[in-house]
Design a protein around this ligand. Structure first.
Ligand code: MN
Length: 258
C-alpha cells in the first residue's frame, strides 16, 4: 500500500530496505518474496541490509533451532522457496554506502567512533563470513552482548559479533562508544552516562538512514545543523504506527497509516 501511495515504478525507482523485513508484521513470507523479486522484470533490484530480526531468522534456519514464542517464522520455513529465500537473505550486507551521494544506510546506524569508510570495511568483514565463510559457526556465536565496546584489537568471532551488534542493535551509547543493550524505549529513557548514538559528533557528514529504533517514531529530536544527517525511518508500524518511505533525492517522507 505504501508502494502504491508513492507510485512505485520498478523501471524507474530503486528501493532500499532498512532491515527487519521479517517478524515485525503479519506476512513475513510474502514480504521476503516481494523484495527478492524486485528486479526480476529488468527493473532495479532492491537494496537490502540485514536487521537483527533477519539475522535471527537466518540463525534459526541454519542452526535448525526451534523458533522462539514470539517469532513468526513457521510460514517461511514451510514454504517451497524457503532455501532460496534464506540464501538470498544471507547474501545481503549490513550496510549500503553511496560514496558519491554521501549517503549510507544500516539497520541501527553507525557509531560515532567509526568513519563511514571504516564502517563499510567492518560490514565487509561480516558479509564475507556470511557469504563465503563458516556462516553456521557465525550464527552459532552471533548472540551475545560482549564485547560491548569496540576495539580495533578484537579478533575472530568477538570482532564479528561486535560489528554485528553495532550495525543491528545499537541505540544508546557511551561517549567511548560502548553499547547499552537494555533500553529500547524513547530518548527520555537513556541510562545514566548513555546518549543516543546519533547525538555524538561524527568524523564525516555522510547522511545516515536507519530503522530499528521504533520508539523514536521517526524523530531523532535533533535540532542543530546536523539534524538532517540522521534519518530515522522506523515509525513504529510494528505497534500500529505508520510505515515510512524516504525519497532519497528530495528527502521527502511518505507514511502509510494502517
Ligand atoms: Mn531491529
Amino acid at each position: 500500500r505504501l508502494l502504491d501511495q508513492i507510485s512505485f515504478d520498478q523501471n524507474r525507482d530503486e528501493l532500499w530496505f532498512a532491515g527487519d523485513l521479517v517478524n515485525r508484521g503479519p506476512d513475513s513470507l510474502d514480504c521476503l518474496r516481494l523484495i527478492k523479486s524486485l528486479g526480476n522484470q529488468g527493473g532495479h533490484p532492491a537494496k537490502v541490509i540485514l536487521g537483527n530480526h533477519d539475522l535471527h531468522l537466518l540463525a534459526t534456519y541454519y542452526l535448525k533451532r526451534q523458533p522462539k514464542r514470539k517469532d513468526t517464522f513457521a510460514e517461511i520455513f514451510a514454504a517451497d522457496d524457503c532455501h532460496e529465500l534464506m540464501t538470498w537473505l544471507r547474501h545481503q550486507p549490513l550496510m549500503i554506502w553511496d560514496k558519491e551521494q554521501k549517503l549510507a544506510m544500516s539497520h541501527a546506524g553507525i557509531p560515532h567512533i567509526w568513519s563511514t569508510e571504516q564502517a563499510y570495511r567492518y560490514n565487509q568483514e561480516v558479509s564475507n563470513e556470511l557469504c563465503r565463510g563458516d556462516y553456521e559457526a557465525f550464527f552459532d556465536l552471533m548472540y551475545g552482548n560482549e564485547p560491548a565496546l569496540w576495539s580495533e584489537h578484537h579478533t575472530g568471532m568477538m570482532r564479528l559479533r561486535a560489528i554485528t551488534n553495532y550495525f543491528t542493535r545499537m541505540r544508546f551509547v557511551k561517549q567511548n562508544g560502548a553499547l547499552d543493550f537494555a533500553v529500547k524505549e524513547t530518548l527520555d529513557d537513556a541510562p545514566d552516562n548513555y546518549v543516543p548514538w546519533f547525538s555524538l559528533p561524527r568524523p564525516d557528514n555522510t547522511m545516515l538512514i536507519f530503522g530499528h529504533w521504533a520508539a523514536l517514531s521517526g524523530n531523532t529530536g535533533l535540532t542543530g545543523a546536523n539534524k538532517d544527517q540522521f534519518q530515522a525511518i522506523d515509525t513504529g508500524c510494528v505497534w500500529g504506527g505508520s510505515l515510512t518511505a524516504l525519497n532519497i533525492d528530495t528527502k521527502e517522507r511518505f507514511a502509510y497509516e494502517a
